[in-house]
Design a protein around this ligand. Structure first.
Ligand code: HEM
Length: 421
């Protein structure tokens, strides 16, 4: 009898859990417990953003899906993205365990905070980074110095012959150097073993927290049962190493700084902290990212949008991958045709609302000036001096990305030679 009651309750519960709430956004049928994971697996389990975009083509510009118990709202129309990303309530972040690991139990920094703490930290960081050259013309000079280092190194490696070179960790330390110099007055060498190690740890740690990492992203509590298999243990270890390194740099700053004469961002931060002990500022720490879905946002309150009710805490994915590959807008999205960004007078079109690699609105990437300057100077200077091609007899570099917080290329090799000038 007890068993019968138990099973009846279970069946009623399972049935109820498939029902949609009144005024819920459209979306695929929701299975008990696993939500839409079966439908995601059906399209592409390891590249979740393909599945997210697949259902956007069925359910439209804004729809909802369940990653297990996690409810996610997917935005796939740039107009909707630009409109909603201007509003505070759409610009929260999920306060999941990963956000807390980084700040020893508290959510700190820019990337994972929201509300007043995020606003203040972001404002403070950008203001003080500008004092040390961020976004100013001398930043370009500093990036150019680093680009020159990469050019010199390739020049030496190639010599007078044509060489097959492997491109791994070639650009990271160069881009990091400019930022790190403003933050900590440290210029990093291209082959500094500590920096290369840290870069590898950041990459591996972020890869392990990716939403593409599947079941453990959806059911976060499983990390306690499978600390190794879920990557949780490795994430903690990775973040601990990064924090330890940061601590060393900060301790050194505390010892050598002169009050009133900040040398860099860390000094400015320490000074602010000293004058304002209640102020829990923390500083920026992020590698470049090419985000297929954009770091998830979370709704800070329940909202009504076009008659749909979306609950507080819902995660928000911006389907950048789909927007950047929309056939109706781009025509031939997979063709390399840079002239698509030129108008009929040959001027670069900078305001295409379908192009949002840096996000939109209040949380738009603050790294954009550094990222754009670095990519432009690096690519133009390398191509002026060298030419690169595929290696005969080897497959072309894979377009399949390595998944992390961002998408990154797999290590690739290219036949590299100097241009004859
Ligand atoms: C090509 C390179 C880059 C791309 C495509 C990129 C893209 C993005 C995107 C899409 C976001 C998420 C926006 C959102 O949540 O709505 C973001 C956030 C962020 N990016 Fe970048 N980024 C790049 C480089 C950088 C660099 C070099 C830095 C450091 C200087 C940086 C610092 C940040 C920070 C701190 C955030 C969090 C902003 C916030 O949550 O308020 N990014 N980036």
């Amino acid at each position: 009898m007890i068993l019968l009651i138990f099973f009846t309750i279970l069946i009623v519960y399972l049935f109820m859990s498939t029902r949609r709430r009144p005024n819920e956004l459209p979306g695929p049928f929701k299975w008990p417990i696993v939500g839409n994971l079966p439908q995601i697996a059906q399209v592409n389990w390891s590249r979740v953003w393909h599945a997210v975009d697949h259902y956007a083509k069925i359910y439209g510009e804004i729809y909802g899906m369940y990653f297990g118990p996690r409810y996610v709202v997917v935005l796939s129309d740039p107009k909707v993205v630009h409109e909603l990303m201007k509003r505070d309530e759409w610009n929260g972040r999920p306060h999941d365990h990963m956000a807390k690991i980084k700040g020893d139990g508290a959510v700190l920094g820019i990337i994972m905070t929201d509300g007043d703490l995020w606003k203040e930290t972001r404002r403070f960081s950008l203001r003080h980074l500008r004092d040390f050259g961020y976004g100013r013309s001398n930043m370009e000079t500093s990036v150019m110095d680093e680009v020159q280092n990469v050019v010199d190194r390739l020049d030496k490696q190639i010599g007078n012959e044509e060489q097959v070179l492997s491109f791994e960790s070639t650009f990271g330390p160069a881009v990091l150097s400019t930022l790190w110099n403003m933050v900590a007055s440290i210029r990093t060498e291209l082959d500094d073993p500590d920096i290369l190690r840290l870069q590898r740890i950041v990459k591996e740690t972020l890869q392990r927290r990716a939403f593409g990492a599947g079941i453990f992203w959806s059911f976060q509590s499983l990390r306690h049962l499978f600390p190794q298999g879920s990557g949780f243990a490795q994430q903690i270890e990775g973040f601990n190493i990064l924090k330890e390194n940061m601590r060393k740099v900060i301790t050194e700053h505390k010892k050598t700084r002169v009050p009133g004469e900040p040398r860099d961002f860390i000094d400015a931060y320490l000074e602010e902290h000293e004058n304002n002990p209640e102020n829990p500022y923390f500083f920026v720490n992020r590698y470049s990212s090419v985000a297929p879905i954009v770091t998830p946002h979370a709704l800070t309150e329940t909202v009504t949008y076009k008659g749909y009710e979306i609950p507080k805490g819902a995660l928000v994915f911006i389907n950048t991958w789909g927007i950047h590959r929309n056939k109706d807008h781009w025509g031939d999205p997979d063709t390399f045709r840079p002239e698509r960004f030129l108008d009929k007078n040959g001027k670069v079109v900078t305001n295409d609302e379908w192009l949002l690699p840096f996000g939109s609105g209040k949380r738009r990437c603050p790294g954009e000036p550094l990222a754009k300057t670095s990519v432009f100077l690096m690519v133009s200077n390398l191509l002026q001096k060298f030419s690169f091609s595929t290696v005969p007899g080897e497959p072309r570099p894979s377009p399949i990305p390595v998944i992390g917080l961002n998408l990154a290329p797999l290590t690739y090799r290219a036949e590299s030679r100097k241009r004859k000038i």
